[in-house]
Design a protein around this ligand. Structure first.
Ligand code: CA
Length: 218
């Protein structure tokens, strides 16, 4: 899952980026509204964490522009403690959720997972496929109830394939979701992760469609 953070406060932006990366998300961070607006038009993000008080272009303007372009990504706005009117204005303008500063990282991660579930139309927090059950919140995978150890990237890759089970995900789609800017994967990084997943989970689960991408059949 790829997240764009738009936050001009360096400490908060850095803290959010580091914290969300540790939670297994691919994160990009911009510090002003203009850059956020541009990034949204050039890259595919699943979710935007948007400070409303941004320089150059306000967060509200970024939000309005994204929605008027028809972009449906989840948007979570960050508002100042004393700006109560902002919450309502943000939600009315098409934000999916809001958090009031100071931000608690655990709460932010939980809200992001909830938005991710909602965006794929799934109410249950567990992704179950045959013998496998993946818990995105606990970042835990079990097979017939027994835990399976995965690296952060392997886990994110498997989650993405399970969320889209029945659909073929292209190499580009997978790489865009797994990696942020300045975090360029080596040309065969994806194949290495797939190889490791097959070694741990069996060769049948993930299918390769040569020249197209990968899928987990329903
Ligand atoms: Ca700000």
């Amino acid at each position: 899952m790829r997240i764009l953070i738009a936050e001009d406060n360096p400490q908060l932006g850095e803290g959010l980026a580091v914290g969300l990366r540790q939670s297994g998300f691919a994160v990009d961070w911009v510090r002003d509204g203009q850059s956020a607006d541009l990034a949204l038009q050039t890259e595919a993000f699943d979710l935007l964490v948007l400070d409303l008080g941004l320089p150059q272009l306000s967060g509200m303007e970024v939000l309005n522009r994204a929605r008027s372009r028809g972009q449906t990504l989840s948007i979570l706005v960050l508002t100042a403690r004393d700006a109560t009117g902002d919450k309502v204005a943000g939600l009315d303008a098409g934000a999916d959720d809001y958090l009031v500063k100071p931000i608690d990282l655990d709460e932010l991660s939980a809200r992001i997972r909830a938005l991710a579930r909602r965006s794929v139309g799934r109410a249950a927090p567990l992704l179950v496929h045959g013998e496998f059950a993946l818990d995105p919140a606990a970042r835990r995978l079990t097979r017939c109830g027994a835990p399976v150890e995965l690296s952060t990237r392997e886990f994110s890759l498997l989650q993405l394939l399970l969320e889209n089970s029945g659909r073929v995900l292209t190499r580009t789609e997978l790489e865009q979701s797994l990696y942020g800017w300045g975090d360029e994967p080596g040309s065969n990084a994806l194949d290495v992760h797939i190889h490791h997943l097959r070694r741990k989970l069996g060769s049948e689960l993930i299918r390769t469609l040569r020249g197209v991408g990968f899928t987990i059949p329903k």
